[in-house]
Design a protein around this ligand. Structure first.
Ligand code: GDP
Length: 415
């Protein structure tokens, strides 16, 4: 089965951060390591993959940051842009609707900053499962433990380290992986530098054992079968521990924390593994809320949840519209069924029909044309004439209207 139609192999995620914490750099490294972008640029040169607008105007390719698709270990990761600036809270709000999980980046020197707090509360509102990445551990003044403490102090959460740093500042070498109890060390700071698994350094052994016990105590508490396994054997398998961490991350009972330095290329591959292991697939979460019936105010009882259903009739939500020189691209998150090129769908929000032209999935450096897109996935449609952000598209034989976003959102014009 292709990654596209196997729901368990899809991750729709956002990356959110206080400005300057390293969202662009981390995204760019992710695109590099997943193999879609080998022409990496540094932020200060103004040519990063995600810093796309000027570049794509020149090249005539839409490297849109609305949603970028990449592959990691047989999984498909759709990264949906969640703007970090406080002025863009409306945008953050909107994109949070369509993602199933998020990577929350804080930086190793300042820890949680005011804007991280705002974004955290917004993600809370939509129950978005999160893993946390403490970045910039190579910087002078960076301190994993202090940054970690700000998570508890400022966000009032149960944060739980899955890694401990090896070395600090310019001597930051890698991490102790507390799940598999091994050290991961990078050979240099260059892009593509190899990492290798090692024994946990002697001076960290005791600390690591303590941190692992803390991880077990917290994580296993969410799962009775895991607790039993623990009491019987005195430990649990890596698979069991990962399952518990994922369960806790999805329910929000605790928040797993990873660390590294995106800029110095340490920690990004384990972060990608973390996205696969701990953030939910589309069918691990409950689905999306429908709009209240016409004329009724929203309340808890009149907005049923539409679960992600690959076998139902098509339904999807338009979450971003971009005009480029090829025309209008409407980014849609599909919740139910399959949509094929040439299909006619009902815009249930507006009450008129639309015909789907070409369907694309956007990668960092190319657009891939698809013939169909399945529930759980994200794609850009060409040919929609009168669909706006927040509109529901649905098979006319089983129409649904998904909850509208509460703000009017402008179309981005980069033609
Ligand atoms: P964004 O505003 O969150 O997208 O942050 P950027 O990715 O643009 O990073 C802001 C600045 O921090 C840039 O100058 C990056 O080169 C730098 N930066 C990002 N990650 C790291 C890191 O891990 N270590 C160091 N030392 N600098 C970093």
């Amino acid at each position: 089965m292709s990654a596209q139609s196997d729901l368990s192999k899809i991750r729709n995620i956002g990356i959110t951060a206080h400005i300057d914490a390293g969202k662009t750099t981390t995204t760019e490294r992710i695109l590099y390591y997943t193999g879609v972008s080998h022409k990496i640029g540094e932020v200060h040169e103004g040519n990063t993959t995600t810093d796309y607008m000027a570049q794509e105007r020149e090249r005539g390719i839409t490297i849109t940051s609305a949603a970028v698709t990449c592959d990691w270990k047989d999984h498909r990761i759709n990264i949906i842009d969640t703007p970090g600036h406080i002025d863009f809270n409306i945008e953050v709000n909107r994109s949070l609707r369509v993602l199933d999980g998020a990577v929350f980046i804080i930086e190793g020197v300042a820890g949680v900053q005011p804007q991280s707090e705002t974004n955290w509360r917004l993600a809370d509102r939509y129950n978005v499962p999160r893993i946390i990445f403490i970045n910039k551990l190579d910087r002078t003044g960076a301190d994993f433990y202090r940054a970690f403490d700000t998570l508890k102090e400022k966000l009032d959460i149960i944060a739980i380290p899955l890694q401990l740093p090896i070395g600090a500042e310019d001597q930051f070498l890698g991490v102790v992986d507390l799940v598999e109890m091994k050290a991961i060390v990078w050979e240099g700071g260059e892009l593509g530098a190899k990492f290798h698994d090692e024994e946990i350094p002697a001076d960290l052994k005791e600390k690591a054992a303590e941190a692992r016990q803390n991880l077990l105590d917290t994580a296993l508490a969410v799962d009775e079968a895991a607790m039993e396994e623990y009491f019987e054997n005195g430990d649990v398998s890596v698979e069991t521990l990962k399952r518990c961490i994922k369960k806790g991350a999805i329910s929000g009972e605790f928040r797993p924390v990873l660390c590294g330095t995106a800029f110095k290329n340490k920690g990004v591959q384990p972060l990608l593994d973390g996205i696969i292991d701990y953030l939910p697939a589309p069918n691990d979460v409950e689905g999306i809320r429908c709009a209240p019936p016409e004329g009724e105010d929203a309340d808890e009882n009149n907005q049923p949840i539409l679960p992600v259903d690959p076998d139902g009739k098509f339904a999807g939500l338009a979450f971003k519209i971009i005009n480029d020189k090829y025309g209008t691209l409407t980014f849609v998150r599909v919740y139910r069924g399959v949509l094929k090129t040439g299909d006619t769908v009902l815009n249930t929000t507006k009450g008129h029909k639309e015909r789907i032209g070409r369907i694309y999935q956007m990668h960092a450096d190319k657009r891939e044309e698809l013939t169909e897109v399945h529930a759980g996935d994200i794609a850009a449609f060409v040919g929609l004439k009168d669909t706006q952000t927040g509109d529901t598209l649905s098979d006319s034989s089983d129409p649904v209207v998904l909850e509208r976003m509460s703000f009017p959102v402008p179309v981005i014009d980069i033609s």
